[in-house]
Every structure is written in structure tokens, then in C-alpha cells.
Design a protein around this ligand. Structure first.
Ligand code: SAM
Length: 274
């Protein structure tokens, strides 16, 4: 699958959407659980546990309408829906939005609020002012060249008192030695990492008050090292990031460990209100 959007090409180049769905149908005829989908649809460091911690920062009774910016294949959306949040996923990579929707149709979540999928750009959100109670970014701001504009758009679609929660990669002290490819970029052209100080400053300049800032880098490294051990064992997993990234993921996974271990990147969680 190709597109005129080079970032979408990065994500869609090796994506085997039809084969993924056939694999899921063959192995999970009654529908996969969220944990069974996680190696495929949680395309960030920390997996289901990181998404759970992010969602714990919100309350489904007061943060009903939640926008996931750069939703990817929708792991966070389905986890949020299971907790009662009304999740909308926006992604610039159309092939991801289509597969995200197809995955949702296979997961049994009869009591969950309905989900919505939109292909679009975080820099020009196709939503009315004040339409969400919370906006989430999970390893997606890292792809966005104009973070100031994206943060202004998030502020616009949030209602007064709304919450912005991020689980993001930022640059570390040793960013000059960042090794590519990483899952979000084959080379530097698609990687737009800010330092934590730059990001928090942008949020404050954009009208947000910081509520919570946490450095998850140590946990992220330990999690990634465990994943790497699993990836190196010869057993063929039912689902893995290789269904999205192809063989490149073996190098991407190794580079993530090295980049975290050497301080080229950090993983942070930020909550801010407006
Ligand atoms: C590393 S993936 C993470 C996906 C998902 N948040 C997750 O954690 O599993 C980054 C995602 O951000 C999306 N993205 C990047 N730039 C975007 C933009 N300007 N607008 C909307 N989505 C974008 C990509 O298409 C991709 O799906």
C-alpha cells in the first residue's frame, strides 16, 4: 500500500492488513482479547500497562468524550472504551484507521460506548471547538513537525477544564547518537523529538497548566528489554509488530533498547489542564 504522504508510507509500507485479519480470525474465532491484540495494536513502549496508567489519569464520568490523536491501530481506544470512555481516534495514516476499525469489529465489547475513527491531521483537527473532555497523545507527537500548531489545535477542541494527557518520547541528553530506524521513523526526517523542557514550555505557552510530569524512562527500558528477549526467541507469535513493520522491526526493537540505554531518548507522561 502506498500513498502521497511519506509518513503514511513509513507506516503502511510493510503493513499486511488482510493477512493480519485472517491470522486473527484463524487463531481467535470468538474474537481476540485486548491482551491478545496488544503486540499488534499497542505501538508504543510499555504496552497495555502504559495505556492503563495513562487512562487512570482520567475519570469516565467527567471525561466522557476523549480524542486519541495519532491513534494508530487503536489499542488505547479499545482499552478506553472498556473503561467507559467515548473514544474517537484520529490518524493521518488511512490504512491504520481502516485496520483499527476492522480490529474493533472483531473484539467483543458489547457494553462499551461506540468508537469513532477519523483519518486526518493533528495540525488541522476536523472537530468543533470545545468538543472533547480529554485529548490523548501516545507516541504520536514525536512524528509531528509543528508541535506548537498541534498543541493549539488540541487546546481549541478541548472544553474549558479539559485534560491533555501525553505518553510520549522526548529527546534525551545523548540525542545526537539516536539510532535509526525506530518504529516512528526510518530516518531523521519523520522524527520530531522535543526535549521535556521544550515540550512543557510549549504546553504552558499554549494555555495549559501542568498537573503532572513523570519520567518513565527506566520502566520503559526494562519493558523494552523484556520484549526484546521475547522477539529473539524462535517461537512464532500469533501477532507481533512485524505484521506492521516487517523485518525492519528487529532492528527497530534493538535500536529502541540502545537509544533508551544510552540516553538518546526518554519516555515521559504529562498531564495538563486548560
Ligand atoms: C508510533 S505510532 C503510535 C500509534 C498509537 N498511538 C499507539 O501508541 O499504538 C504514531 C502514530 O501517529 C500518527 N500520526 C503521525 N503524525 C500525525 C498527524 N500529523 N496527525 C495524525 N496522526 C499522526 C501515525 O500515523 C501513527 O499512527
Amino acid at each position: 500500500m502506498t500513498s502521497s504522504n511519506p509518513l503514511a508510507d513509513h507506516y503502511q509500507r510493510a503493513l499486511r492488513a488482510d493477512e493480519v485479519l485472517a491470522q486473527i480470525d484463524a487463531h481467535y474465532p470468538d474474537g481476540p482479547t485486548l491482551h491478545q491484540l496488544a503486540p499488534l495494536d499497542q505501538l508504543h513502549i510499555g504496552g497495555v500497562a502504559a495505556s492503563a496508567r495513562l487512562l487512570e489519569r482520567l475519570d469516565p464520568t467527567t471525561h466522557v468524550n476523549v480524542l486519541d490523536v495519532g491513534a494508530g491501530l487503536g489499542g488505547l481506544m479499545r482499552q478506553g472504551a472498556a473503561l467507559g470512555f467515548q473514544m474517537t481516534g484520529l490518524d493521518i495514516t488511512h490504512g491504520f484507521s481502516v485496520l483499527n476499525r476492522a480490529l474493533c469489529s472483531r473484539v467483543n465489547q458489547p457494553d462499551a460506548p461506540p468508537l469513532a475513527w477519523v483519518t486526518g491531521d493533528a495540525g488541522a483537527l476536523p472537530f468543533a471547538d470545545n468538543s472533547f473532555d480529554a485529548v490523548l497523545f501516545q507516541h504520536s507527537l514525536l512524528n509531528m513537525p509543528d508541535a506548537t500548531r498541534v498543541i493549539a489545535q488540541s487546546r481549541r477542541v478541548l472544553r474549558p477544564g479539559g485534560q491533555l494527557v501525553m505518553h510520549e518520547v522526548v529527546s534525551g541528553p545523548n540525542v545526537a547518537h539516536l539510532r535509526y530506524p525506530v518504529p516512528w521513523a526510518g530516518a531523521s526526517e519523520h522524527s520530531h523529538l522535543l526535549t521535556l523542557a521544550e515540550l512543557t514550555q510549549l504546553l504552558e505557552n499554549g494555555g495549559f497548566q501542568l498537573e503532572h510530569v513523570d519520567d518513565w524512562s527506566e520502566m520503559a527500558l526494562a519493558w523494552r528489554q523484556r520484549q526484546r528477549q521475547k522477539e529473539q526467541t524462535p517461537r512464532q507469535a500469533v501477532l507481533s509488530p512485524q505484521w506492521v513493520f516487517g523485518e525492519r522491526f528487529l532492528t527497530m526493537g534493538k535500536n529502541l533498547v540502545d537509544n533508551l540505554a544510552q540516553g538518546a531518548i526518554k519516555v515521559v507522561e504529562i498531564q495538563a489542564s486548560c
